[in-house]
Every structure is written in structure tokens, then in C-alpha cells.
Design a binder for this molecule. Sequence first.
Ligand code: C2E
Ligand code: MG
Ligand code: MG
Length: 613
Amino acid sequence: MSIKSTNEIAITQQHWMGNFALFMMVTGALIFFKTTDQVLENAYLSRSVIIVLLIIIGVTTFLISRSQLSSRYQAHLLSIMLLIVPIVSINLLPYAAVTVWASCFLFLMIALISYNRIVMWYTIFVILATNLFVMLKAKTVFVEIDPTDHIARLGMIVIAVCIALIINHLHIRNLRQLHSLANQLHDAASRDPQTELLNLRGLEEVFVDDRRQLLLIGIHLENYYELARFFGEEIQERVLFDCIERLRSLLPPHLALIRVEAGTLAVVMEKPDGVSCHEEMALLSQRMSAPYQIDLHQIYVNLYIVIDDGEVVQTNWMKRIRQVNSALQETVQQDQKVMCIDQGWRKEQAMRVEAARALSLAEIKRDFYLVYQLQYDSNQEEFVGLEALVRWKTDLAGANRPSVFIPIAEKSDLIIRLGEWIFEEGCKTRKRLIGLVPEQFTVSVNVSPRQLTNDSFMPFIERMLLKYALKPQQIKIEITESQSLDFESQSILRALQRIKTLDFPVSLDDFGTGHASYHVLERLLPLRQLKIPKQFIEQIEEATKRHSILESIFQLTKSMNVECIIEGVETGEEVQIAKNIGIHIFQGYFFAKPVSLAEIIQLLEIKNKEAAE
Ligand code: C2E
Ligand code: MG
Ligand code: MG
């Protein structure tokens, strides 16, 4: 609901004034027509002229009230129109002095409903002028009025005018108070009460018709809630205020600062010319993340920034905010401090939406298949296992990658059904390989957190082992150390406990990319394997930091007596560096790419044949 300004209220009142005047004039004309003779005695205007005049006044007043003129001009014009009424009435004075006064009071009534001071002053002027005229000209117009009656009537008129002025004053005052109250309410609804920044509603209102290409920058304090937990709400609030102050001082001139929700703020600004927004924001993120000194505490905030470049001019701010919010979640998950919502991002998002739609129609056996990637042990000089990797047969470009469709499947129960199918296929494959590979050869199956917490998962894998007569040691369960896996959750812990008692080897995939601490590793013990992701071996030749991380992870696995495998090795140099550190199990394109089961079998048969010769 929008709040009307005083001017708008005056215009509405003047509409009513127009309606009222039209009604009164037409009714007056009718009454006049019925009650008077054709030729009026002593009157200088005939009956028909008066009737026509009254109707013209009514219609013109109505039209003025509906015109586009400002309320001020309207008030003057309306008053002038109505002024004609007493003037016309004066013409009837000889025998209709009462009509003159009545028309004056009519004007007074109209002035009252107009809530308008201008009309009010006209009224007072007309009433006084008309009555003075009657008083002075009483003799010449043959009105028989006792002179004392003039005084009494004037007194009554003054009282009536005073009452009208008081009512008018009270009306206008109440109206102003109501209006300021409405403004306050409106302000409260469009501002965040804690910070007094605009809220989402306020944002929408301020920029509702703005068609400029405006940047929308989302800023998220990841540890906002933790601040309250660790330091208390007062310090949380002070950090937030300091943060807003810093933003104000560091940001280039901006149009609005908005509080989206708890620890999420947004800034609207014009696109600066020729500056790389990404670089600017990276700098801003760095400065904003510098510790906050609150009393004796030095507080660090994890700040993430998303910039919506506004390339697609969108006046739907809620939609833009939703996009920025979902991109912020992505930045937190990927631990990427600054991200830009550009054409590429929008395309990717649109593709994900399409993928989600297509996935909801997918049939597992028809639309998915598995590929396998061999794992090589350089000490034993043979393949020791393989990882099952799912693929989706889809026409949607880019959507067949598991990194796209698995997170979507994980948002629904599709992952449970898909996961069960993958697990069973993995068991079938392991059974199919009997005779071709040593007994301890493992098939690794990736298991999502949602599967782990599903009550039917453990009974299912037990059934599969029985069905395919496999030993638990022949199937490795790969759990990704992602942020979505909460090792504190009771259901996860129960599932892990059950996996342990069944003696399934567990591999912690993508180690070092999530939140696993030593404490988590302890819970997973006896963990069979730690899997080091590709990013720690990539271009390791130049990166001494990565080298030392790799070394320390290897030392950790050694001290925990856990197998260490490195994935994503693509070059001989990478293999050599890993070997020098002590790592001897590999999965990567250098040894084998993910291929179909038929190709794996063919390769293993050739290897076996070569070994036999
Ligand atoms: P992951 O389990 O860490 O799988 C390893 C990924 O690295 C695979 O990508 C594999 O193809 C790729 N890779 C292996 N060696 C190399 C290399 O030398 N160079 C490069 N550039 N890449 C290499 P993929 O198949 O795209 O899988 C990506 C992720 O999707 C997997 O990461 C896993 O988290 C998930 N995923 C794949 N299959 C499944 C599945 O069956 N179930 C579940 N829940 N997740 C799966
Ligand atoms: Mg894996
Ligand atoms: Mg991995």
C-alpha cells in the first residue's frame, strides 16, 4: 500500500468538492425551476438564465476538480466558480435574501469538506462581502429587515465562520498527524529496525522504476551467527555496525545500502567506468576482512562478496536478491571470496534449472551409466582397484558432468535411488572381475551424505553383499569431505559406526577441501584410505606451498596407518614428485582415464596375458 501525500489527499477532497458542487447546483436548479415563475420580479436575470448558470457552475466545478491542475490552482478556480453562486443569488435579493445567505452557507459547507485553507478564505470573504452588501443595500433592494437583525445575523455568521475555521483547522491538523504517522509506519516497514538500513521492501520501493544498469553487490558475513555464540549478541551487533561503517567508508559512491537478512548486506551502485569490478571487490573483501577490534577482542569475519553486474536490466529486485543470495551460498561452499554474476553464471544457472527439470523425468536404468577409472600401485606395479563414476545420458550441454547433476540429485531423494543403483552396479562389476584381479582388488563407490543418513542404506548394502557373495573389503565406500557432510550429526555418526562394524573400507575423498579435522579423522577410524584431490598435485613443480601440504598429508596418513592415494595425476613429473614424497597409489589420466567396464576388462585381460607370458 502506498502512502498518499497531503497534496494527493487535497486532490481527492477536491474531487469530492466537484461531485458535491455538481449535485448541489443541479438540485438547486431543479428546485429553482419548480418554485419560481418564469419572469422574476426585480431580478435582472431571468429564471432560465439562472438555471443555466447554476448548471454551468456545477459542471465547470466538476471538470476543474477532475483536471490535471495542481491542487493549489484547483482551489483558486473552484473558489472562483463557487463565488458566482452568491453573486447570482444577489440578483434575487428583493424577495429572496434567505437564498443569498443559504448560498453563502453552501459555500461554507463546500469549504469544510475541501480541507483547504484557500477555499476557506474565499468563503469568509464571500460571506462577509455578501452580508455587508445586504446590510448596506437593504433599503435600495427593498428588503425589510430590522437593523438590529443585521447585527444578529452578522454575529451568527462570524460564529459560523469561526466554527468552520476551527473544524477546518482540526481536520487539517489531524490529517497531517495521520500522514506523519503513516509515514513513520511506512518507514518502519521499509527499514531494518536494528541497523536502520533499507530492507528488501525498501529496496524495491526506492528502485521500482529505475531502469539504469545498476550493480547489486551482496556481502555475506559467514560467521555472523557464530559471533553471537562465541562472544554474545552485543559484540555480534557491534561487529555488524563496524562492518557497515567500514563498508560505507571503503565503497565508492553508492546509491543504497541494504540489510538483506542477518549477516547479509547488499549495496546498489552505478557501474563505475573502466574499473574491473572484480579487482575492486577483491580489495574491498580484503580490507573488510581485517580484524575488528571490539573491546579486548580481535574478531575475524569470513566475508564473501557477489557482484551482480546488472547487464540484464531487471527491475525485479527480489529476483536479483535471490540470485545474489544463491550465488553467495555457492561462494561459501566453494570458499571463493569474490564472485561475479555475469552472462556465464546466468547461463550455468539456467542450465542447472533445465538439468533439474530433466533429472526429475530421468529413469535410472535407461538414462545413467557407469564408467570406471583404475587405481595404480607403483610399489606392486599393478592395478589395485577402480572407482565407479556415474554418467548421465542427456542432450543438455554441460549437464552430463557429475559435478553438475549430483548436487541437484542430492537435493532430492533421487540420490538415494541413484546411489542404490550405482552401488549394485559396483557390486556386479566386482563380481564380474573375479578371476581377473586379485581378491583384495576394490571397487570404490562414491556415497553422498544424504545416502548415509538414509535408514535404508545400511540394510541395502548388507543385502547387496549377500546377493553378490562379496566380502565387505572388496567394496570401498568413498565419502567426500565436503561441507555438506556434517560429521557431528548423529545419523552420520550412526551410519559410520555401522560401516565400521561391517568392516567396509572407508575412503575419505577430496581430503583437505572441507572441514575434516583430526577429531573427524579419529571418528572415521579405522579409515582405510585418504584421497588427496587433484588441486594439491596440480602444477606442483612450481608451488612449494603445495609441496609441503602434500608432504604433511602423507605424514598424517603414515602416522594414522591409513593408505594414501592421490587423484588427478596427469603427468610423469607429478607422479615422480608424489613418489618422492612417499605416495605410491595413484588415480589419474596418466595411468587410466574413466572408461566403460568392457574396456577395463579388455585392458585387464591383456595385462594378465602379458604377465603370464
Ligand atoms: P571424485 O569422486 O573425487 O572423482 C574424481 C574425479 O576426478 C572424476 O570426475 C574423475 O573423472 C576426475 N579425474 C580423475 N583423474 C583425473 C585427471 O587426471 N585429470 C582430471 N582433470 N580429472 C581427473 P567426475 O567423474 O567428473 O566426478 C566428479 C565428482 O562427482 C566425483 O569426484 C564425485 O564427487 C562425484 N561423483 C562421480 N560419480 C559419482 C557417483 O557415482 N556417486 C556420487 N555420489 N558422486 C559421484
Ligand atoms: Mg570419489
Ligand atoms: Mg575426489
